[in-house]
Design a binder for this molecule. Structure first.
Ligand code: ZN
Length: 197
């Protein structure tokens, strides 16, 4: 008798438990606590510039592991070397296998270093105008791509258009770029040739 009651309780518990909204990871808009503005276009390649006040928090858009960190701004307008354009930047590899990159940062949180595990929403740094954004309105350059060997800046800066995902994450929906990134990787190859600009 006791077993039947326990079994009935267990079955009703299973039936009453709400199903999870999605089986995939949780995504978070990468700038928090500030008013933001971003366009549905970007010069030369797919990425998004998220305009926000200098110092606004740049946070991890997903649980993951920190990939590359650049704490020194070596950009020179005269040379304009591709690898230096991001200024202070952080990339992470999400639990979804996608790489997320934020650049032109004013500062990077001191604990953030390659290999560190981070949680969605965890503060990585602050929005700024370093690198090729020097003298422009502070913004977070946000790029979505597949992981590559270190310093492959021309993939890291962005390979698929992020605004569809940003819109969804801002609305609290966990839209994943995994399929689009996989398709872009298949088309381009892991390390496509370095572009002229
Ligand atoms: Zn940009």
């Amino acid at each position: 008798m006791k077993i039947r009651i326990a079994l009935a309780a267990l079955i009703s518990l299973i039936l009453l438990s709400p199903l999870p909204a999605s089986a995939g990871p949780v995504y978070v808009f990468p700038v928090t606590g500030c008013e933001v503005n971003y366009a549905r276009a970007h010069h030369d390649y797919p990425a998004t510039d998220i305009l926000a006040k200098s110092g606004c928090a740049f946070v991890a858009p997903i649980d993951g592991v920190i990939d590359e960190v650049n704490r020194v701004d070596t950009w020179s307008g005269r040379v304009n070397a591709g690898i230096t354009r991001g200024g202070l930047s952080v990339s992470l590899i999400g639990v979804d296998g996608v790489r997320y990159y934020g650049s032109h940062l004013r500062s990077i949180h001191k604990a953030i270093q390659p290999g560190l595990e981070v949680k969605a929403g965890q503060r990585l740094g602050a929005v700024g105008a370093t690198g090729s954004a020097r003298g422009t309105s502070p913004h977070l350059h946000f790029g979505i791509s597949w992981p590559t060997p270190a310093d492959t800046w021309w993939v890291r800066r962005g390979a698929v258009a992020p605004w569809k995902y940003l819109d969804a994450w801002k609305a609290g929906k966990d839209l994943s770029p995994v399929k689009e990134v996989a398709a872009a990787l298949k088309k381009a190859g892991e390390v496509p040739p370095e572009p002229k600009k």
